[in-house]
Design a protein around this ligand. Structure first.
Ligand code: FEO
Length: 405
């Protein structure tokens, strides 16, 4: 049975939702699922914009067959060929052997690398600024390298103002019937997963996203719809999402807020994290969140780190080093190019306490534009009352820094 939604008079969402996949890219948990979006344009020539993951291919095929209603599929535009979108290309070519495939040179190269049997079909290689007319609709192609793979492009329908934005402006969470961002409470129910999607999947490529946003700024008044490859379609309040992307891609915090991430073996470092949060609240700082690094998937930590301005790292010393899960979090932060944050350090060690110095060294030497406050809370096994002054000094330093910024 088909399951489609109308985007405009002649454009339809023909994608599918996935609640079965536990880990996106086999690494990021997606407890609320994900959608794979593809779009079908019914013009004089019919055109499919992208395909979907192999696991949901049957739904895509039923959707297309229903809407084409016996007409041929003339064109397949591939904006992004990563297998969560491109894995069904071959099946489309088998079912619609006369379809012309439009994509970038790199995309065709990667399709061959992945073993897609595309040769023997009509392949149209396009570059930035090229156009294609389906009859009523004309599209133009815009290169979007590293948003999120090197072959990516976005396509703009100059007739209807639809931007097919590939991975940009996407989100985790299955659509489950809703299609448009204004059909859900995005700011309440979706933004955290949209941020987690962006920061973990595309976060490293902020400068490339900036480059794309600058290109989009030139035609912003013409963009009426943003159709990403995951998550809802945007037809109103585009400025809300673009503002989020502006923050994320420039590595600027969204909010003045404190995130305390603790690595605790027996609860003593956790107790210090709690005591610090209470001291901050006494000083009026209540926009705080605490995370146990050992039982929070790093993708959530990364997402929150992109959101907040101040991060407290509280870690035990382990094998004379940083607690491994905390180290993994720091390494992920570095891999994703995160910068422009202020850190405070809480260290613990029953002997040879090393974690504080090592975390400071990591932030100073391995990362860009990170500030570490001079004040540090240093524990020997547990937080004793003799540490109250140090705790107060750390809380004061965080508050002062937040007020300065
Ligand atoms: Fe959703 Fe980069 O693929």
């Amino acid at each position: 049975m088909h399951c489609v939604r109308k985007v405009t008079d002649d454009l339809y969402w023909v994608g599918a939702n996935d609640h079965r996949l536990a880990l996106f890219e086999n690494i990021h948990p997606i407890p609320k699922g994900v959608s794979y979006n593809a779009y079908l344009l019914l013009d004089e020539q019919t055109a499919l914009f992208d395909t979907i993951d192999w696991s949901a291919c049957r739904q895509l095929l039923e959707n297309i067959q229903y809407l084409l209603n016996g007409k041929p599929l003339d064109v397949l535009v591939i904006n992004h060929m990563e297998p969560d979108h491109g894995a069904s290309i071959e099946e489309i070519l088998l079912r619609y052997p006369n379809v012309k495939v439009i994509s970038t040179e790199k995309s065709f190269m990667l399709m061959r690398q992945f073993g897609f049997d595309i040769d023997g079909h009509e392949l149209i290689e396009v570059q930035e600024g090229d156009t294609y007319c389906f009859g009523k609709h004309t599209i133009t192609f815009v290169a979007a390298p590293m948003v999120h793979w090197p072959e990516a492009m976005v396509t703009f329908d100059t007739t209807s103002g639809v931007l097919f934005s590939a991975d940009a402006f996407g989100s985790f969470i299955a659509l489950d019937g809703k299609l448009f961002a204004d059909e859900v409470n995005f700011d309440r129910d979706w933004i955290d997963e949209a941020r987690r999607y962006y920061t973990n999947i595309v976060g490293k490529y902020g400068p490339h996203v900036q480059f794309l946003l600058k290109k989009a700024a030139g035609i912003l008044d013409q963009i009426k719809f943003i159709c990403p490859l995951h998550g809802p379609v945007w037809r109103s309040d585009l400025g809300y999402l673009i503002d989020k992307y502006q923050h994320w891609s420039t590595y600027e915090p969204e909010e003045k807020a404190v995130m305390i991430v603790y690595a605790s073996m027996y609860g003593n470092t956790e107790a210090a994290a709690q005591a610090l949060a209470a001291k901050l609240a006494e000083r009026g700082i209540t926009n705080t969140v605490l995370y146990d690094v050992s039982n929070t998937h790093v993708s959530y930590l990364i997402s929150e780190t992109f959101r907040v301005s101040h991060i407290v790292l509280a870690s035990v010393t382990y094998n004379l080093g940083i607690y491994p899960v905390m180290h993994n979090y720091l390494a992920d932060m570095k891999a994703l190019n995160l910068q422009n944050r202020t850190f405070a350090i809480v260290e613990n060690g029953s002997w040879a306490c090393k974690s504080g110095d090592l975390m400071q060294k990591f932030l100073d030497e391995e990362m860009k534009c990170m500030t570490v406050l001079n004040e540090r809370l240093s524990l020997a096994s547990s937080l004793g009352s003799d540490k109250e002054d140090e705790l107060n000094a750390l809380a004061d330093a965080i508050v002062d820094n937040m007020n300065e910024a």
